[in-house]
Design a protein around this ligand. Sequence first.
Ligand code: FAD
Length: 484
Amino acid sequence: MSRDCDFLIVGGGIAGVSCAESLAICCPSASILLLTESSVVKSVTNLVPIARYLHKFDVQEQNISDIRAQFETHVDQLEYINSNEHWARTKKGLVIKYGYLCLCTGGAPKLFNSGRAGKDQEDACIIGIRDTDSVLDLQQRLGQAKEVLILGNGGIASELAYELKDVQIHWVVKDSHISATFVDPGAAEFFQVSRREVKEEEEDAKGTQTETAVKRIRYSEIVPSENDESKQRAALGPDWHRSYNLCGGLVNKGRIPPKIHYKCHIDDYCMHPNGKGGLQIKLRHEDGHFEELSCDFIVSATGVQPRHDFETDHSFNISQDGGICVNEMMQTNLPDIYAAGDVCTATWSPAPHWFQMRLWTQARQMGSMAGRSMAAAFEGETIYQDFCFELFGHVTQLFGYPVVLLGRFIGQELGQDYELLVRCTRNKEYIKFVMQNNRLRGAILVGNTDLAETCENLILNGIDLEPYGDDILNPDIDIEDYFD
Ligand code: FAD
């Protein structure tokens, strides 16, 4: 069994489908084959520009047979690549000769476990969330559960902690605030307060004034003091948790506020001595004290690791985080092999306002870039890296609020030399500007702020904002008019 194609793309996630779609546009007469192990593929729909380089979009899951695309599809698993001779073999034995190959095989959940042998029974009580099957497993376990431990502080953990019903959540985070992957302590507080204060929200609706506070904070004030209490298989689409009935065994209790355990990690765990199943957990806090709790199972939401479980004739250069190293044209070190999305690690020298984060946005951007890059190589043309790699941008929803993240939005790699300018209107908006040398380096925009494009311009143009002082976030001044 063998077949030929000009372009072979492996993986039916956002990166793979975006790559195939770009190739179909750039090289309409070339033969393009998308190989993926699952018959469900993901594609981007309802693409809406939020600013010049920032887009909001939906991720749609489709059965492979429903795709009406200008590329062929084949369901099977990639098992081996011979990079020298330009062919790949699938698990079922199909040999595919290719001109160019793009690997978009995504990531697998990094499951927490103690690393100790003899914990098989306990480890069966730890699950990761990645694909439809793992959510069905979660759903089934939840039905009997009274207490669940969620481990991790990124988007998945944040969604689960507030979306699960009829169950007590223990949310274990290593940081001093929730959702640390995406937001700062101020925004985390904004979300928690708006969750807590439903009554106050109702009062506001009745006409009570909603106060807006603007504050400038130096880096030294951002670092919490030691005794500060507050510091104490087909992958899924967005809103995945809304498509499933995720209710626990505490019938009719509704949404129970999660118990958040800050600045700690799981030190040890064993089967509960009562013999009824479930785990007994020992948490170790950063200050050295221990805390014990019980749970029916653990949801480990501590990120993903790049997945490349196939063999090759020559080794890929692999980065420290386990991703396949790619240059700015998404090329790996092996001839005519590219990689995009969660499986790869960007090893080019990045623009000052861009960094890699394994998200749909970047899976789409990298997939399209890989497609254009492969098409250019095929046609013998020269192209340049897409402008989207100039500025980190991500549009998402957290706790029901629209969230835009731009540039170095939590001061990533800015050292200690930056200031924050924050405007917060309870239950309405949270705006944070990260400033360095009076220039905007990043922003978090929560709520309908209409500031995304202005911030994009301010970051990219590096405009000196000193003359505007704190007025830059004065709610009575329309900064869009100043700078657009
Ligand atoms: P994937 O979507 O993982 O696709 C990889 C594909 O390759 C899969 O179809 C897989 O079956 C296939 N594959 C793997 N190995 C092989 C093989 N050997 N042969 C054939 N096929 C293979 N990001 C956001 O931006 N916003 C969010 O709100 C968000 N929420 C998330 C929620 C969850 C539960 C998870 C797990 C992730 C979330 N992410 C979110 C991250 C986002 O899903 C990933 O960044 C994105 O899906 C990466 O796309 P990808 O195409 O690189 O990989």
